[in-house]
Design a binder for this molecule. Structure first.
Ligand SMILES: *[C@@H]1O[C@H](CO)[C@@H](O)[C@H](O)[C@H]1NC(C)=O
Ligand SMILES: *[C@@H]1O[C@H](CO)[C@@H](O)[C@H](O)[C@H]1NC(C)=O
Ligand SMILES: *[C@@H]1O[C@H](CO)[C@@H](O)[C@H](O)[C@H]1NC(C)=O
Length: 354
């Protein structure tokens, strides 16, 4: 790929060398709520969701800033800054994003903040650069909206670990068949009165039978992955603990081997639909050990930060083949003199602001 970059640079030496100076000429101000910009933002959010390994899908909330650059020799690069909100659909949940509901303020909302560089060429969108992070609303703000609402707590909190274990045991006990094992704690909240813990977590089917498990560590995930998403609560009552759990088991996913034969997606094919559907699960489970999940958030976090969303593989993938459009080309530099920005951005808020 390096040699290709070099060649293309030679072919347009002027463009490569002095892009920051001359792009001012092709820089355009666009409105954040321009329909085409919205389309680009939706491609970006889709790309984000396709590359998430942990936690929940995100949905577009607001386009904060946008810049548009003509790229030599062809195409247009959009430089976007967008705000997203967490939905209630886990990233492994096949439910289309449009059918996922936004996590409300009373449910302790989580906001994402992303920078994207998206190339549009021949009607195709290619994400060239992406960087995100996310933050939950503050506990104080949640309590302002609703004093009795449950607040996010760390995944490694003793009550969380205990609730997840009790819920998983209860689920497996109801289930005369396959033994399901914990893959990820996705969300945990509590309220003080009555002492209650609410958790959301991901499980996966193993080769063990629920009633015969002696050592869960010896149970391996099936080659054809089958994940489930569970919501559970544990309430401390006078008479003891009250556990309730409900799980939604998703359809089996094809074995990674058969998926990979498709090879890398051709350049320019990374539009909304191009999205390697099985990529997150394939990389989620490296071998039979569930704990071999790629570097996730530290155990004491209260949510899965989007900062960890893009694996190194994913970013190499997105950068390859489109190297001409390397982010350097779209550095805004000091060309802001192009016109007034204020009235065009930020765009409308689709849901609510945190
Ligand atoms: C998503 O919503 C659409 C329209 O409301 C509905 O027709 C479709 O069945 C829903 N799909 C799922 C998977 O829930
Ligand atoms: C599980 O076992 C219980 C009691 O043995 C039985 O009533 C129930 O129908 C079984 N469920 C399934 C799904 O086989
Ligand atoms: C959770 O993890 C953090 C950081 O690793 C640690 O300091 C803390 O003691 C842990 N809490 C519990 C309850 O294990």
């Amino acid at each position: 790929m390096k040699s290709l970059v070099l060649l293309l640079c030679l072919a347009q030496l002027w463009g490569c060398q002095s892009a920051p100076h001359i792009t001012g000429m092709s820089f355009k101000e666009v409105a954040c709520d321009d329909p085409e910009v919205e389309q680009v933002a939706l491609v970006a959010v889709d790309y984000l969701n396709q590359h998430l390994l942990h936690g929940f899908k995100h949905i577009l909330n607001q386009i904060d800033k946008v810049k548009m650059w003509n790229r030599r020799p062809f195409g247009v690069v959009y430089e976007l800054e967008i705000d997203t909100l967490e939905t209630t659909c886990h990233v492994l949940d096949p439910t289309p994003l449009a059918n996922c509901s936004v996590r409300q303020l009373t449910e302790h909302a989580v906001e994402g903040d992303c920078d994207f560089h998206v190339l549009k060429q021949d009607g195709q969108f290619t994400v060239m650069h992406s960087q995100c992070h996310s933050n939950p609303d503050s506990a104080e703000d949640v309590h302002k909206v609703c004093p009795s609402c449950a607040i996010l707590i760390p995944f490694n909190d003793t009550s969380v670990v205990h609730t997840v274990k009790a819920a998983l045991d209860a689920f497996n006990a109801q289930n005369n068949g396959t033994y399901f094992k914990l893959v990820e704690i996705s969300r945990a909240q509590n309220v003080p009165l009555p002492v209650s813990t609410f958790v959301e977590f991901v499980v996966a089917a193993t080769d063990c039978t629920a009633q015969e498990v002696t050592d869960p560590a010896k149970c391996n995930l099936l080659a054809e992955k089958q994940y489930g998403f569970c919501k559970a609560s544990l309430v401390q009552r006078l008479g003891g603990e009250e556990v309730s759990v409900a799980c939604k088991v998703f359809q089996k996913q094809p074995q990674p081997a058969s998926v990979n034969t498709a090879g890398p997606a051709p350049a320019g094919d990374q539009t909304e639909t191009a999205a390697l559907p099985a990529a997150p699960p394939a990389s989620l489970v490296v071998g039979p050990m569930v704990v071999a999940v790629p570097p996730g958030p530290p155990a004491h976090r209260t949510h899965h930060d989007l900062r960890h969303a893009f694996s190194p593989v994913a970013s190499v993938e997105s950068a390859s083949g489109e190297a001409v459009g390397s982010p350097k080309v779209v550095q805004p530099g000091t060309v802001g003199a192009a016109g007034p920005v204020a009235p065009l951005c930020p765009g409308r808020v689709r849901h609510f602001k945190i």
